[in-house]
Design a protein around this ligand. Structure first.
Ligand SMILES: Cc1cc2nc3c(=O)[nH]c(=O)nc-3n(C[C@H](O)[C@H](O)[C@H](O)COP(=O)(O)O)c2cc1C
Length: 187
């Protein structure tokens, strides 16, 4: 697998903002450059769940406005190693599955798929209806990885941070980004 050096992080308005900071911290520890976009709903849920604005998150190289279609992430000629949507709403899932580039997140995901680069989508909704399932299948067929933020319990988390760190670590594993201090089954 190619070493991951530069990624796009998209944050949408699903519950699960607790995963974002540990994930960004792990990327930073590995010197991965991050270009980030957040939807309007994402900003609201970040505030509602954690009382935070994007300025309170671990720093990234650049933030782009959700409707800035001149941003580098909107073009396949800009080189990124992967895109991660964390957390991902079913609305954004549906837009990407339909190829509807209604905002910069949808467009960047569409570009990521057309360039055959990894697109990892931490889709969060429950329960799931037929449309959600069909959209997830369509995107899997198109090359994306559906990576729902489902916490694990086998590592015996004692705090919310433990749970969030473990899921963020699993995301990093999938990307090929090293996480040294993660609790692993059997180790
Ligand atoms: C507190 C809160 C939690 C939400 N959680 C989810 C969720 O888990 N999954 C989801 O698909 N939408 C969720 N929504 C609804 C989305 O934010 C809403 O559909 C929004 O239009 C999505 O826009 P976006 O995909 O551009 O971020 C939530 C909204 C709020 C206010």
């Amino acid at each position: 697998m190619k070493k991951v050096e530069h990624v796009i992080l998209a944050i949408t308005g699903a519950t699960g903002m607790v995963y974002v900071s540990p994930f960004l911290t792990m990327l930073k520890q590995n010197n991965v450059r991050v270009h980030a976009v957040i939807s309007e709903a994402g900003r609201k849920v970040l505030k509602l769940e954690l009382g935070k604005d994007i300025s309170d998150l671990p720093t990234v190289e650049r933030w782009f406005d959700i409707d800035d279609f001149t941003a580098p992430v909107a073009s396949g000629s800009s080189l990124y190693d992967a895109m991660i949507v964390l957390p991902c709403t079913v609305g954004t899932l549906g837009a990407i599955a339909a190829g509807y580039s209604g905002n910069l997140i949808h467009r960047a995901a569409d570009v990521t798929l057309k360039e055959r680069r990894p697109l990892i989508m931490a889709v969060r909704e429950t329960p799931l209806n037929r449309t959600h399932l069909q959209n997830m299948l369509a995107l899997t067929d198109a090359g994306a990885v559906i990576f729902p933020p489902m916490p694990s319990f086998y590592h015996k988390p004692e705090t919310l941070d433990d749970m969030a760190n473990h899921f963020a670590g699993r995301l990093c594993d999938h990307l090929g980004v090293q996480v040294s201090d993660m609790k692993r089954w059997g180790s």
